[in-house]
Write a protein that binds this ligand. Structure first.
Ligand SMILES: [Zn+2]
Length: 303
C-alpha cells in the first residue's frame, strides 16, 4: 500500500446511461487537494450541490448505494467508488450532471481505464487508514459482515444463490492494485430476468441491458458472450463491498468477511463499525509521522 495520498494528474471525463434511471449522464473526474477525500458535485442543479462520498451522506441502499444532500442525490456510486479505492485514489472531485453514475458495462473496468488515462499524482500528505484493532461483526438473518485485524486489506466474500449458474462461490484474497485490476474490476453486475421485468414495471432498471449486466434466466446466462469468469458473481459482490467500504472515508486496513450480503448490510456494518470506536483506530495517528520527522520533532522538543 502507498504511504502518501494520491490524486489525479489531470481531468478526465466519460458519459453513459444510468442503470436505473436510463438517463444519459456526463461524469468528470478532477484532481483534488490533499485530505479532501472523494467528493461528488451535482453540477446540473443551481447552485451545484457538493456531496461527500461518506457513510453519513448515504440516503438509500435498496438497489444501489445512493448518497445525497437535500434533494440532490447520486445513485449507483459503488462501482466508481470501488475503482477509486482499488486504484488508490484518495482525493478526487466527481462532477456529475445527473442523478446516477453511468453504468458503463456493469463493472468497474471503464472507471479503471479513466483513472489510468488521468494518471496519478503523489501528494505531500501521508495516507491515513482505518485499522481494525479487534474483531467486530454484525449478523442479520443468516447474513454477516465481520471485520478482523490484518496488516493489509483482505476480502473474504461468500455468496449462495440457488441457481445453477451461481450456487456457492467464494473470493478470498489479500487485495493489491494489480489484483483489483485483473480480478475484480471487470466483474459485471447481475440480475435475474424475472426481477428485472418487475423492476422495469416499477420504474427501475430503465437503462439496464445485456450490455451492462449479466442477465440470468431460470436455465442459465442470457448474454451471448457468457461470463468473464466462472465466478464472476462473487467477484462482483467483492467489487460492491470494496466500493461501499470506501465510504468510511479512508482505506481500510483489516480483513472483511461478507457472507450473502448486499449494500444494505454493508452500510449497516460500516456505520456500526464506525460507532464502535474501540474496534479500530486511524493510523498513522496525527504526529506519528516518518521517522525522520519524528526525530526532528524530538530534536525540537529537546531544544
Ligand atoms: Zn454492483
Amino acid at each position: 500500500m502507498w504511504h502518501f495520498q494520491h490524486t489525479l494528474k489531470r481531468e478526465v471525463s466519460a458519459a453513459g446511461v444510468g442503470l436505473h434511471t436510463g438517463e444519459l449522464v456526463r461524469l468528470r473526474l478532477r484532481p483534488a487537494e490533499p485530505n479532501q477525500g472523494v467528493v461528488f458535485v451535482r453540477v446540473d442543479v443551481d447552485p451545484p450541490r457538493v456531496i461527500p462520498a461518506r457513510v453519513d451522506y448515504v440516503v438509500h441502499t435498496e438497489l444501489s448505494t445512493v448518497i445525497g444532500v437535500g434533494e440532490a442525490t447520486v445513485a449507483t456510486i459503488e462501482h466508481l467508488m470501488a475503482a477509486l479505492a482499488g486504484m488508490g485514489v484518495d482525493n478526487v472531485i466527481v462532477e456529475i450532471d445527473g442523478p446516477e453514475v453511468p453504468a458503463m458495462d456493469g463493472s468497474a473496468k471503464a472507471f479503471v481505464h479513466l483513472i489510468r488515462q488521468a494518471g496519478l499524482r503523489r501528494q505531500r500528505f501521508r495516507r491515513r487508514f482505518i485499522k481494525v484493532s479487534r474483531p467486530f461483526s454484525l449478523e442479520e438473518d443468516g447474513k454477516k459482515v465481520a471485520f478482523l485485524p490484518a496488516s493489509d486489506l483482505e476480502l473474504e466474500v461468500l455468496i449462495d444463490f440457488p441457481h445453477q449458474a451461481i450456487g456457492q462461490q467464494s473470493y478470498v484474497r489479500r487485495l493489491s492494485r494489480q489484483r483489483f485490476i485483473e480480478e475484480l474490476a471487470p466483474a459485471r453486475t447481475f440480475g435475474f430476468l424475472h426481477e428485472i421485468e418487475y423492476l422495469r414495471r416499477n420504474g427501475y432498471a430503465r437503462g439496464g441491458s445485456l450490455d451492462n449486466a449479466i442477465v440470468l434466466t431460470r436455465e442459465g446466462v442470457l448474454n451471448q458472450g457468457g461470463l468473464r469468469f466462472d465466478d464472476e458473481f462473487v467477484r462482483h459482490k467483492a467489487l460492491d463491498l470494496l466500493g461501499d467500504l470506501y465510504l468510511l472515508g479512508f482505506p481500510l486496513m483489516g480483513r472483511v468477511v461478507a457472507e450473502k450480503t448486499g449494500h444494505g448490510l454493508h452500510l449497516k456494518a460500516i456505520r456500526a463499525l464506525r460507532a464502535q470506536e474501540s474496534a479500530w483506530r486511524l493510523v498513522p495517528e496525527l504526529g506519528e509521522s516518518f521517522s525522520c520527522s519524528r526525530v526532528s520533532s524530538l530534536a525540537a522538543a529537546q531544544a
